[in-house]
Ligand binder design. Structure first.
Ligand code: ADP
Length: 377
């Protein structure tokens, strides 16, 4: 049977786009990437790189108008252009309507409330004066509606004294959760509404630095809690009613309640390990969805951990890596460097996935990786 080569575009050219393209090479697809930085991680792995602003209406529209399908690797895109493309028959994964809700934390939280999806209680505040009227709601977390990322745009307000740290812009004030664990569940849904759910990933934070230390999958939680997380993640994706790949980030509180924190409507950093540690990776899953092939097997082959490779403090400039040999000589350790030529303190330059049957051994390996690897200039 003759099969036309599908033209599929990705908005954004970071590491998620790069790993998506690595999986695309296994299929018959002509790939297009739109991104402002012509040296971005995805630029050299696609068939066609187009330099341009993913937030600009006509740039996104012109990029997409001759394509069969489009996906995103970041939410900060021009949704109006995607809506127009969708109305003209371009398939968008996920639907622009879902991206629109997710892009604004106020809309996102209201969506969870409307669909009875368990999520921390909240109030909307339009400005700092309105916030000051809600001191009885503290302790709480103030989150700016639009424009926050990686923890910027989030302020913990423990008591009244902290209220001036809040945002003078439309935001949500969310009840502070007594967090036991933070987890993420990735779900793929195809055009027919069939779903595939990955085992939960657990984020482990460094208690001193209050930064993500590493991630481990499957998450170490009682089966009934994992089942609850699985059901809630499915409820979220079914409520968005959109094909695509989604990561649902959740809190498990001290009473084992599961609450949705936020959803990413795209491939996600909590699913990097699925490349080696699960039968079908999150990237392969998204191509199966966009190409209308059967969904893949999400089961874990072995328990795994993801360690981010970050630029070391005190070094900026041309990146040099130390310790690659030490890491790669470990059993079942896999290196992913994102092709960023320039390092700076804390910049995400890559990740290592390590697998082991034994959880203690996995944690030991994580420590060894963190001690061995250095990104300097
Ligand atoms: P971002 O979208 O910038 O990653 P999040 O909304 O995920 O921001 O919040 C960042 C972190 O702040 C979370 O990972 C969690 O540790 C903490 N946090 C967010 N909301 C709450 C909450 N309601 N209660 C307690 N901690 C929270």
């Amino acid at each position: 049977m003759d099969q036309a080569i599908l033209k599929i575009g990705i908005l954004g050219g970071g590491q998620l786009g790069r790993m998506l393209l690595q999986a695309a090479a296994n299929y018959v697809i002509e790939t297009f990437v739109l991104e402002n930085d012509s040296n971005c991680p995805a630029a050299h792995l696609c068939n066609h790189f187009i330099k341009g602003d993913i937030k600009d209406f006509s740039t996104v529209y012109n990029f997409g108008k001759d394509l069969d399908a489009l996906t995103i690797e970041i939410e900060a895109v021009n949704v109006e252009a995607l809506e127009k493309l969708e109305s003209e028959g371009v398939k968008i994964y996920p639907k622009p309507a879902a991206i629109k809700i997710i892009k604004n934390k106020i809309n996102q939280k209201e969506f969870y409330r409307q669909h009875q999806i368990p999520s921390p209680d909240f109030i909307v505040t339009e400005n700092i004066n309105e916030l000051k009227a809600h001191t009885t709601f503290l302790p709480a977390v103030h989150k700016i509606g639009q424009g926050g990322y990686d923890g910027k745009g989030v302020q913990v307000l423990r008591n009244e004294d902290a209220i001036n740290k809040g945002f003078d812009a439309p935001s949500v004030l969310e009840k502070m959760v007594d967090i036991q664990k933070e987890i993420a569940v990735i779900v793929g849904m195809n055009d027919k509404g069939e779903t595939a759910v990955y085992p939960a990933t657990e984020m482990i934070f460094d208690p001193e630095l209050n930064l993500l230390d590493y991630q481990i999958s499957p998450a170490d939680l009682p089966e009934n809690v994992l089942n609850k997380a699985n059901d809630i993640a499915l409820q979220v994706v079914k409520s968005f009613n959109s094909p695509g790949l989604f990561a649902i980030e959740m809190f498990v509180d001290k009473n084992n309640n599961v609450l949705v924190n936020e959803t990413a409507p795209r491939v996600h950093n909590s699913g990097h390990h699925t490349i080696e540690a699960n039968f079908c990776s999150q990237y392969d899953m998204l191509w199966r969805i966009m190409l209308n092939y059967p969904l893949g097997n999400t089961a874990a082959i072995l328990p795994s951990a993801i360690v981010n490779v970050l630029g070391d403090d005190g070094y900026s400039g041309n990146a040099k890596y130390e310790g690659l040999n030490e890491v790669l000589k470990m059993e079942n350790a896999f290196m992913h460097l994102y092709g960023k030529t320039q390092t700076k303190p804390g910049r995400k330059m890559g990740h290592v996935t390590v697998m082991s049957e034994n959880k203690n051994e996995l944690i030991e390996k994580v420590k060894t990786i963190k001690q061995s690897l250095k990104v300097i200039a």
